[in-house]
Design a protein around this ligand. Structure first.
Ligand code: MF3
Ligand code: CO
Ligand code: CO
Length: 279
């Protein structure tokens, strides 16, 4: 049985209960998510051949400090960076390092900023210089799959409607959906109930209710869905070394549908891609 509670009524840990946030929670999330989106906008100007992912992480750390925010990933389960930066066949949780970006790379930058205790969690793909068509196409399909998932969010629907929309589209495009990582409830906690699967069937999973806040963050591969974790204990890569892409928004369930909290203030939801692709 799925349980729901007013957000403030529960202890601050993931108890499996789905929190329902009120107007104050939505307002707090608009601020935290807006700052995360602004940070991802500013990062767009940095991404170029020769730039190191460590330099991007340093920028995000400083951005957070300048805006009185805290990077949620720093010290999270021992993770030592402000960002996850995942290049090419890296699926997620790539760690910043001193290697320069190279022309043709596709780079996911995932940032979560905490503002007044609220977590804004979002990621985008950034092209490095000119891409091959297959890489560009994967990013476009991944963004579209996320948006189709978001469009399935409505009160009375089920979380499985989101995964079904993503999987149906991505597989019709001959891509695969990673099963090993999912979206998650978010708000006062970084990772909370419910899990949001990016595959599945309509009608499965808990019912969506107004006040729920969660991420939708599909990881889509050009090849097979299987992943493995490298010996650093974090970096997830495709087993077949095929390219992988991911976008992530934080969304809230409203009385009539959804609100996307992490939309780009600068129109850079798909930085570096043609506006037509973002439609
Ligand atoms: N930001 C990631 C997410 O979308 C989580 C990263 S946790 C870390 O949920 F420890 F790897 F940083
Ligand atoms: Co997330
Ligand atoms: Co994230």
């Amino acid at each position: 049985m799925t349980q729901y509670l007013e957000a403030e009524a529960e202890p601050l840990r993931n108890t499996g209960v789905i929190r329902l946030y009120g107007p104050d929670g939505f307002e707090g999330m608009r601020r935290a998510c807006g700052l995360t989106a602004l940070c991802l906008d500013e990062v767009a100007a940095m991404v170029a051949p020769g730039v190191t992912t460590q330099a991007i992480d340093d920028f995000v750390f400083d951005f957070a400090r300048r805006h009185d925010a805290v990077p949620a990933t720093y010290n999270y389960r021992g993770y030592p960076y402000a960002t996850c930066i995942s290049i090419n066949h890296v699926v997620c949780h790539g760690q910043p390092n001193e290697k320069p970006l190279r022309e043709g790379d596709i780079v996911n930058i995932d940032v979560t900023l905490i503002v007044d205790g609220w977590h804004g969690d979002s990621s985008r793909m950034y092209p490095v210089g000119k891409l091959k068509r297959a890489a560009e196409r994967l990013c476009e399909i991944t963004h579209r799959s996320m948006m189709l998932g978001i469009q399935a969010v409505r009160p009375g629907g089920h979380t499985g409607d989101i995964g079904a929309a993503i999987q149906t589209y991505a597989e019709a495009e001959r891509c695969s959906v990673v099963r090993d990582f999912c979206g998650h409830g978010v708000g006062k906690l970084f990772h909370d109930a419910p899990n949001i699967l990016h595959y599945g069937r309509r009608g499965e999973g808990p019912e969506m209710r107004p006040g729920m806040i969660f991420t939708i963050e599909p990881m889509i591969n050009l090849g097979r869905p299987a992943v493995k974790i490298l010996s650093d204990g974090w970096t997830a890569v495709t087993r077949d070394r095929s390219l992988s892409a991911q976008y992530e928004h934080t969304v809230g369930v409203t009385d009539t549908g959804y609100e996307i909290f992490t939309l780009s203030p600068g129109g850079l939801d798909m930085p570096g891609f043609a506006p037509a692709a973002a439609a």
